[in-house]
Design a protein around this ligand. Structure first.
Ligand SMILES: Cc1cc2nc3c(=O)[nH]c(=O)nc-3n(C[C@H](O)[C@H](O)[C@H](O)COP(=O)(O)OP(=O)(O)OC[C@H]3O[C@@H](n4cnc5c(N)ncnc54)[C@H](O)[C@@H]3O)c2cc1C
Length: 676
């Protein structure tokens, strides 16, 4: 065969015909090397690959633009509602014309489809797998589908270059993931700015883009090996191509980065995870730069962009960090019941944040080089403008916080006296120098809903309390759309109410004076599983299951029968009752009418106490039934709590045919989980 008619030496066929091995003598090293060069020639494929990478980004930009439009609409709606309420218009949080009604109907359909979250129950999957809500799953499936389409559609080259074409396309798509990966990792990122979604909520897409990158790199490795191994040219390729060692270096780093981010490994030692993650990221960037072939050096644009994005984020963070901490910031620690530390930070620089925001808190003396996310439980107008945090003790930094706070006997005494959260005296409390990065977070304005339901478990109240405080403070200004607030707090022990009892009492007073209805429902579970996710399932068995450690003279707990006929009576459950009986009683007390029952206690007169876990279906159903406009629900707690509320909201919205001619008003849900 006359090869010169269809091929150039060291190049692919110029006439578009398929490259084949006929006439090649593989025992001749020159011919074998030339043929290998022809197999790997990417002159045409790099143009297609570059186009696929660009198309990938067109898709990403389209999604970001869509999220940006949704964000603008959300903000616009909030402004219109605030104006309508201030102008004393009726039902400011309900759609008022055909366009807003059509939008509300579409929104309700999307929410019903995207809100639910299914959690694997029991076993290894139950412990290790974190399945995100369906909306996130759909977004991720769309991401995968888009990448797979771009990889395989219109990429079926005949002949010896079949796998080269697939491998080169995979490489271009892989390198195109790097800017997205970095964009989603930054605390100050463009996607968050446009979409109004804060970095910690985008983190899941960051992790999945790393998995997509790993998948594409795997395709690249497999396809290229198939292409040269089909002709037994593997040894020649390995001995002559400098891309092989750099390629394996990139791939090895990617494998490690993906394995080390799996939740159980990441959680094993978070500090180690962060340090090695940053170091391996730099290693990855260097290895990729070395691996990208000389024939397509312009593909390095996809690496230069992330470097610029990374530097941009670091510069903004460093500038803000310097501004926040230029003047000394002091933190006062107080030990509270339930292994929680109250941290009160006086900062001259941070005077503005929105409810639900968090900061990265660092107290060098208790953890050098560590910074931990903590939600600001106060608002700029409460607590003299101080930032107040409630941090549950775990094994590391938070346990050292608690230990330091506990060494001050005075602080313990104060804590036992209650109302510790509001104590302004710093006598006897431990003071430390603190460093603050932030604030971060972008929670919607809950004052713009007709009815607000705030649900939290344990320290999850650091997310819901500032929303309540914010509404209470603003209720005395121009009229707000919000008519009713229901504050649901699930705690293990009645004594935990001391964390925030004064705040709740003050908020209740302010809201009632402003004519906004407030219900505070406290559910005492004696069960860590539902409040903190710790999995200490006392009431379902085990040696401590007889009863909890609550001081039943203080008020209700799961070991106390609520006499709904006479709400002043608190009757302890017989301590000899079997765990199963206690569990049964706790469960059977939750009926459709449960949301109306409960008891009041002198420890927090503005609240109604319930024993056991809330049944969200009747609770939320009743609230939605009475709403005259959109209901806003915020939930913060362990994943089981979030998933339960998500499922219930989606089910109720569907059952009530929201904005589909029944008159039922919309319901918005915002879930926080203190993790990523
Ligand atoms: C946005 C956000 C807001 C939060 N707000 C609060 C709050 O208001 N109150 C509260 O009690 N807790 C809050 N947390 C959780 C809190 O940050 C962790 O419990 C704390 O960092 C654990 O520190 P540790 O060293 O004692 O943990 P360890 O005992 O070492 O680990 C316990 C768990 O915390 C995780 N963790 C440890 N360090 C960090 C870190 N620097 N960043 C992220 N996760 C980490 C670990 O992966 C592990 O899952 C919040 C978390 C996030 C993501």
């Amino acid at each position: 065969m006359d090869m010169s008619s269809s091929m150039t030496m060291g190049g692919a066929p110029t006439d578009g015909s398929a490259l084949n091995a006929s006439g090649i003598d593989f025992s001749n090293s020159t011919q074998a090397a030339d043929f290998l060069g022809e197999i790997l020639d990417d002159t045409v494929f790099q143009v297609d690959g570059n186009a696929a990478a660009r198309h990938f980004w067109y898709g990403v930009c389209a999604v970001i633009a869509l999220a940006g439009v949704a964000n603008l609409l959300r903000r616009g709606k909030a402004v219109m509602r605030l104006r309508a309420a201030a102008a004393r218009k009726a039902r400011p949080a309900a759609p008022g014309n055909v366009i807003t009604t059509a939008l509300a109907t579409t929104t309700a359909i999307v929410r019903e489809a995207t809100y639910p979250q299914f959690l694997p129950r029991g076993g290894l999957a139950g412990r290790c797998l974190k399945v995100p809500p369906i909306g996130t799953v759909m977004l991720l499936l769309g991401y995968w589908a888009w990448v797979i389409l771009l990889e395989f559609v219109d990429n079926n080259v005949e002949g010896a270059q079949h796998f080269t074409s697939l491998g080169v396309r995979a490489a271009w798509l892989a390198v195109a993931q790097v800017p997205l990966l970095i964009l989603l990792a930054g605390k100050n990122n463009l996607i968050g700015f446009v979409s109004g979604v804060s970095y910690e909520r985008l983190n899941i897409i960051h992790r999945w883009s790393a998995r997509v990158l790993f998948f594409l790199a795997t395709l690249h490795v497999i396809f290229l090996h198939l292409s040269w191994n089909a002709y037994g040219l593997g040894p020649l390729e390995y001995s002559t191509d400098s891309c092989i060692p750099t390629g394996w270096a990139v791939y090895a780093i990617l494998i490690w980065m993906n394995i080390s981010t799996i939740a159980p490994i990441r959680n094993f030692s978070y500090e180690f995870f962060v340090v090695q993650h940053i170091l391996t990221f730099f290693g990855f960037i260097i290895a990729v730069m070395m691996h990208l072939p000389d024939t397509a050096l312009y593909s390095r644009t996809y690496i230069y962009i992330p470097i610029a994005l990374y530097l941009f984020d670091r510069i903004i963070r460093s500038g803000r960090f310097a501004w926040n901490n230029a003047r000394p910031v002091s933190a006062t620690l107080t030990a509270l019941d339930g292994d929680v530390t109250r941290v009160c930070v006086s900062s001259k620089a941070i005077k503005k944040w929105s409810p639900g925001s968090h900061v990265l808190l660092s107290i060098p003396k208790l953890g050098l080089g560590q910074s931990h996310p903590a939600t600001i439980a106060s608002t700029p107008t409460s607590h003299d403008g101080d930032l107040v945090f409630l941090l549950k003790s775990h094994k590391g930094f938070t346990s050292r916080l608690l230990k330091s706070a506990s060494t001050s006997s005075v602080s313990i005494l104060l804590a036992k006296g209650g109302s510790i959260f509001s104590q302004s005296s710093s006598v006897g409390k431990t003071k430390y120098t603190a460093l603050i990065d932030g604030p971060y977070g972008n929670t919607p304005d809950f004052a713009t809903f007709d009815t607000v339901l705030l649900i939290s478990g344990s320290t999850g109240t650091t997310f819901t309390l500032p929303i309540l405080l914010d509404i209470a403070a603003r209720a005395h200004g121009p009229r707000l759309p919000v008519r009713k607030v229901v504050f649901v707090w699930i705690i293990k022990n009645t004594s935990w109410t001391s964390w925030i009892n004064r705040e709740l009492t003050e908020a209740a007073g302010k809201l009632r004076a402003a004519g906004v209805e407030l219900e505070i429902r406290i559910y005492v579970t004696c069960d860590n599983k539902f409040t903190t996710g710790d999995g200490n399932d006392n009431i379902s068995g085990g040696p401590q299951a007889d009863c909890c450690a609550c001081d039943t003279s203080l008020g209700p707990c799961c070991c106390v029968n609520i006499d709904s006929e006479n709400e002043d009576v608190i009757r302890p459950i017989d301590k000899d009752s079997s765990p199963a009986a206690i569990s049964e009683k706790a469960t059977s007390s939750i009926t459709v009418s449960d949301s109306q029952s409960g008891t009041r206690s002198s420890i927090l007169p503005c609240a109604v106490f319930h024993s056991g876990r809330p049944d969200f279906f009747p609770l939320i159903g009743e609230i939605l039934e009475q709403a005259e406009g959109e209901t806003g629900i915020a939930v913060c707690g362990p994943m089981g709590l979030n998933a339960g509320v998500r499922g219930t909201v989606a089910r109720l919205s569907d059952m009530r045919a929201v904005h589909k001619g029944t008159g039922a008003q919309g319901v918005f849900l915002w879930g926080e989980g203190f993790g990523w």
